[in-house]
Design a protein around this ligand. Structure first.
Ligand code: SME
Length: 204
């Protein structure tokens, strides 16, 4: 293709709209992966969708959205920030969702959505530190029954923490709090761990 035709296709507004629609149909999502075009056409980078399927199907759509958000970006903070925002608009009945990242032998607060939280948690302490030490998901149906639970937000009644592991290395944990007791079940654990496993590949 001659350069002039290529440039015409790249920048002509009509072609941009056509390409956008192809992308939307092709992926089944509504992310624009070409930021320069999004700016030019004033399209949103993220469009809220209704999660209308089964719980499992909704989680699979969420993971598809996660991949679309992070796959072209290498910056760890950007990807963790968007991942926490994505979870926050997906999950119901939660009051905190975010990341703690491993630095030496402690977890340090990373990107999150919710009230300001404790900054440093030693590995082995609290729910987060225990999940990090054991490198496995921990579901706490009632935080008052978990010895050593660290209360950052007084409203939290139940919690789930999932390890972020890439290439066998612990990167940190994904922590989610709910104001309801017993908010997280086995299905949540299964798919949130899948979410954490996918994300870990983009933040290592
Ligand atoms: N509850 C956590 C501390 C982090 S906050 O919930 C954000 C814990 O016990 O490790």
């Amino acid at each position: 293709m001659p350069l002039s035709h290529f440039l015409f296709f790249l920048f002509h507004p009509l072609c941009i709209i056509i390409k956008y629609h192809i992308l939307s149909i092709g992926t089944g999502t509504v992310f624009v992966k070409i930021p320069i075009l999004a700016v030019k056409e004033r399209m949103p980078v993220f469009q809220v969708v209704e999660y209308k399927g089964t719980k499992e199907a909704n989680y699979l759509l969420l993971i598809k959205q996660l991949k679309a958000l992070v796959e072209d970006e290498e910056n760890r903070i950007a990807n963790l920030s968007n991942a926490s925002a994505l979870l926050n608009q997906f999950l119901t009945d939660i009051n905190w969702v975010g990341f703690y990242l491993l630095e030496k032998d402690e977890l340090v607060l990373g990107p999150f959505q919710g009230l300001p939280a404790c900054v440093r948690i030693p590995v082995g302490k609290g729910v987060c530190g225990t999940a990090a030490r054991e490198r496995k998901a921990i579901r706490v149906p009632d935080v008052e029954q978990f010895p050593g639970h660290i209360a950052c937000d007084a409203r939290s009644r139940s919690e789930i923490v999932l390890p972020l592991i890439a290439d066998g290395e612990l990167i940190g944990v994904l922590d989610i709090d709910s104001p309801l007791k017993d908010r997280f079940d086995e299905t949540d654990e299964k798919y949130l761990q899948m979410f954490a496993d996918v994300l870990a590949q983009y933040v290592k």
